[in-house]
Design a protein around this ligand. Sequence first.
Ligand code: SF4
Ligand code: SF4
Length: 444
Amino acid sequence: MTTFEELKQVMQTAGIVGAGGAGFPSFAKLAEGADTLVINGAECEPMLYTDYSLMSAYLPLVVEGATIVMRAVGMKRCLIGIKKHNCIKLGLSEGQELAPDITVKQLPNVYPMGDEIALIYETTGRLVQPGQLPITQGVIVFNLETIFNIRNAVVCGTVLTEKNLTINGDIDNPVVVKAPIGMRVSDLFSHLGIRVPEGDAVLDGGPSMGRIVNPNTHIVTKTTKSLIIIPENTPAVMVKQRKPEAHLAIASSVCCQCTRCTDLCPRFNLGYPLEPHKHVRVAASALGEDQPELIKTASLCSSCGVCEILACCQYISPRAVIAKHKAILAKDHIRFSAPEGKTYTIAEDRPLTRVHSVKWMESLGIRKYDKTPTYVPELQPTNHVEIRMNPHIGAPSVPCVSVGDHVTKGQRIADPGTGLSIPQHATIDGKVIFVDPTKIIIEN
Ligand code: SF4
Ligand code: SF4
């Protein structure tokens, strides 16, 4: 059996970060005292099929990974959260035990279901209090692909060199593929025969929370869950194209304080004291800069976009306003902390405010672009990769190779930086042709 310390070491050495989010180094999430492992197989964003494809092909390996983590940490149980329609397609039922103490939890098809706080509540019934971490409720959450990567690192000794991702949208041949980390997106598209139509944008991430990228310069990273191709005239893209100053100008001038953004906010309905309409009010008076106490609930926002895409009929983006407030808080190192002795509980109206995923896709203007992709398990070839030193939360990695060095796939090419950090590895065999503190380029 792998011990707690051994698992932590293997995960850090393999360079594993959360496969579905901001890239938090996964070894740092391990904490003794947790009793429940929650695996996020919700595939929260529309048009994504990466975790679904991994479950279709490798569910026993995911279960093996879950067993390794549970036993090493000493957790009593593992709950795998999967949306009901995917459970049906996979032949899984609510409460089905896949291995001792590893159980399927069916999730409703609503957005956002992959939000860690919502997922923990839906699977365990426990509410992580505002400003606290899941471990305070005895829970550790890993994305399903992260568990798959942990299993491969422990059982096969592999380091993280490849990323599974969905390519979907305004194309004829949507796929889920495996690509070397650092592969240029344009090279991946060209190898797969994917052409981005004139007037379309490419998003890294889902249509709700992803960002617009240039395929000629963007690369596949350890957190690239999807590349979504959708027209620029869809609400999903239009709202991302608007500049932050424009968002703030609109918010300051036309908000009628109807509170609909707060009424529909999924975090507010989990009982969190986050009221986006109040952030918009603060933005209109420009008080936030001087009085960060007024805006400290911004750190409770998950950036889901419900307030912006669905709630507000004035085209205001409370999400953008809150992003600005988050930046102010980050500058001053302020985080939300609940008043002493205060406990928050789920809003009574929560079941009435949940957004069905189909309604969400319609609001984003992307429903007709959601197609079921073909799963292509073979690794996509490339002769050029660019490995970034800071694709994760924490300190950047530090290159340990030089221009002209010949490296082999899986070889360490960067050491962890000081503090929370991970190493980086060559993702193809080849020659190092460029090194600086931000990236290493390898060609063959
Ligand atoms: S929904 Fe729009 S108009 Fe209403 S309070 Fe929120 S930002 Fe203001
Ligand atoms: S983006 Fe808007 S709706 Fe979503 S959590 Fe933040 S404030 Fe609430």
